[in-house]
Structures are given as structure tokens and as C-alpha cells.
Design a protein around this ligand. Sequence first.
Ligand SMILES: Nc1nc2c(ncn2[C@@H]2O[C@H](COP(=O)(O)OP(=O)(O)O)[C@@H](O)[C@H]2O)c(=O)[nH]1
Ligand SMILES: [Mg+2]
Length: 419
Amino acid sequence: MIYYSPLLTTSTARWKQLALSKKVTLACVLFFSVFLLSEVFLERGISTRIASHFSPVPEKPLSCANPFEFDHHGPRPTYPRKANATFLTLARNSDIAGVIHSMKQVEGRFNRDRHYPWVFLNDKPFSEEFIACTTAATSSKTYYGQIPPEQWVQPDFIDEAKATMARKALSKIRGVYYAGEQNLSVMTFCSLLNMNQTAYRNMCRFYSGSFYKQPLLQNYKYYWRVEPDINYRCEIEYDPFLYMEDNNKAYGFTISVPEQKETTPTLWETSMEFFNKNPQYLHPNNAMRFASKDGGKTWTRCTYWTNFEIGDLDFFRESEGYNKYFEALEAAGGFYYERWGDAPYRGIALSLLLDRNRIHHFDDFAYEHTAWEQCPNPSTPAYERGRCSCDYDQSMAVKWERYSCQADFDAVFAAPGTA
Ligand SMILES: Nc1nc2c(ncn2[C@@H]2O[C@H](COP(=O)(O)OP(=O)(O)O)[C@@H](O)[C@H]2O)c(=O)[nH]1
Ligand SMILES: [Mg+2]
């Protein structure tokens, strides 16, 4: 049956309807322009406000002062000298509470009498509140930098239609974190604009190939990465920067886990293509066996869990292999067409490019982030020395032994090397 609207029966009515629909269209265009502009220019745009209206999150008062919340029993260590080093925190303004939490941990457990500076990086300008609180949370100097867009946003050569399809496909697989679209099912307009769901990918790409290029890091040799909401559950009774320096270490980690298959279907073959073409970059005493047990055919998926890391910036800046390898992966587009992370990237790069003796496992650190942690073995002096308050049995390498890559690391790195 054909239905004729009475409004269409006269030309005046038709005109009125047209005018009305024009107004509605204009109002819609205006509304969505404001919406989109707010998403682009304000960190907490309209969508966040609408969402918070429906599920209001009570504002927690920030605790900016009194960072030294740990009791230190016994004498503090004395140190021969300081290293040329800094803490490094990438964060959004909205991460402030988690950042202050982490700073209290680091300051209280270690830095309150070492005074290493903090470098904070963000893809947007830091808010006054962020700067005021983080400055108050340490007695050291703090520096704030904004990442240039070309080192942060998705490059122009990425085919967005292909990237969107990939994100959709990944988000249909259960158990894949930061797959892409699921967080935004209600934010259709954001997803049209390709916003937020690529932020995690931007972050992974940034921590793979750009963080060490930031001007604020140029004068430092070592960085110690600190993420929001981490915990150190032992005192840090020595200076890990000096440990790195005195032992010629280029990279230190606490937890080693395998990367998910779904996020990296072609990472290994793309990497092998690069290293087969450029074998000159392979270090003769590398840790290939940590990455592959069959001479490169298949990947163990083992990575260093990069949210804790202490590294030698000179290595990242100066290693031609590290930088060329990043360029090759960037050109392949897998940071966006798949969800290549900085942990698998770093895991492969360091295992193949570095002398394996330059990679160090900080097994005496009690480190925890999200649900995963490392706690030193209570039968080791580290546990008592650090007056630890963690449970060794909850350690990734103990509780999730089959899943952890720690035993692989220990085996590979205990094997006799050439260096
Ligand atoms: N400035 C900024 N920092 C981000 C963004 N996304 C993640 N980060 C930071 O990158 C780090 C890793 O992100 P996180 O969400 O903790 O990833 P996860 O540890 O893998 O779950 C943290 O320090 C975050 O604060 C972003 O869009 N902008
Ligand atoms: Mg994190």
C-alpha cells in the first residue's frame, strides 16, 4: 500500500515541510559540528559528559602533597654518585590520580633521597592541575613535553577503511584487549572520526619508535618508565640506574609474558623479512632463542612487559638496526592494521639487535601493574633487604608459570655467550 502524507498534498505544505527539514538538517549539522569539535579540542568532550551523566563517577579529591607515605625502617643506603637519568611518564590529563599514585610509590621507595627528575609526555597540552600536582609530588625537577602530531597520530598513508575493518574484526574476538571498536559502540560519531580507538595504537607506535626522540630526553642517558597505577612492594635499596651503568646494561625489565596471537598475526614474518634482508644488524651474541626456538621459523611470542622498563637511551638513539627495523614495521602498517604493541616490538628488536648480556632481569624488584606482578623469592636476600610486602606465589612467573616467559629468559640468558 502506498501512503501519501497529507503534508504533501499542497505545494505550500510541501514548501513548509522542506523548510522544516532544512532547519532540522541545519540543527543536526550544527549539533554534530560542536560535538566533533569538542571531541577534537577538549579532552573530556561531550560524549564523556553524556556518559558521565548516565553513570556519574564521583570526583575523587586529589592528594597532591605528602608523597612520602612509606615508613623507612633502618638506615637508607648511601650512593657513590648519580647517573644521568630520568623517570619517564606518558600520560593523559585524566590519568592524574594514577600518576600521583605511581609517583608516591617511586618517590617513597627510592627517589626521595636520589632526586632523579621526571619527564612527563602527552599528546595534548598538560593541564595546570596535572602540572601542579605532579610538581608537588616530588622534590625533584619536573619537565613537561607535548609530542608532535607526526610522532603520535596515525600516519596519512594508513588506509583508514582497512584499519577500521581490522579493528572491527579484532574486537569480535573475545579476550583481546584494546582491540578497537568495542569501547565505542555507543559513540558512533567518534568511531566515524576514527577517534579514541586508535589512541592505544598511537601509544604503542610512539613507545616503539619515537619516545627516545623527544627533545626533553636528549640530555639523558637512562630512562625509567613509570605508568599510572603501579605499585612497588619492596624498598629499592640500591640505584638501578647505577646498576645499569656499572654493568653496561642497555635494557632492564621485571616481567616477561607472551603476546597474544590475535594482535600480531604477521609481526614475526614481517620482522624476519627485515632481518633476512639486513642480517648485518643481528648481534653475534643475540638472544634469538628467546624470540624463536627454531632458528627464526616460528616466534615464541615472548616479550618484555614494557610498562616497567629501564633503558639506555643511547642505544635507542644510536642503533641503526633498531631505527631501520621500526621504519620497516611502520611501512608495513601493522601498528594500525593489526595491533602491534611496543612490548612485542621491543621483545624482538632487543633480542636480535643487542648483546644478550646487556639485557637485565630486575628479579629483586616487587612490581605490580593491573593484575600482574613480580615479587622476589623470600629465600633471596632481596626480599629481606627490601622489607617486601608482596606474595611470591602471586608472581607472574610462579602463579602463571606456564604462561610466563621467565623460565625461557633464564635459560637463554644463562647459556654461555660469546661476550
Ligand atoms: N597522552 C596519552 N597517553 C596515553 C594515551 N593512551 C595511553 N596513554 C599512556 O600510555 C601508557 C600505557 O597505556 P595503558 O592504558 O596503561 O596501557 P596498558 O598498560 O597496556 O593497559 C600509560 O602511561 C597511559 O597513561 C593517550 O591517548 N594519550
Ligand atoms: Mg598501563
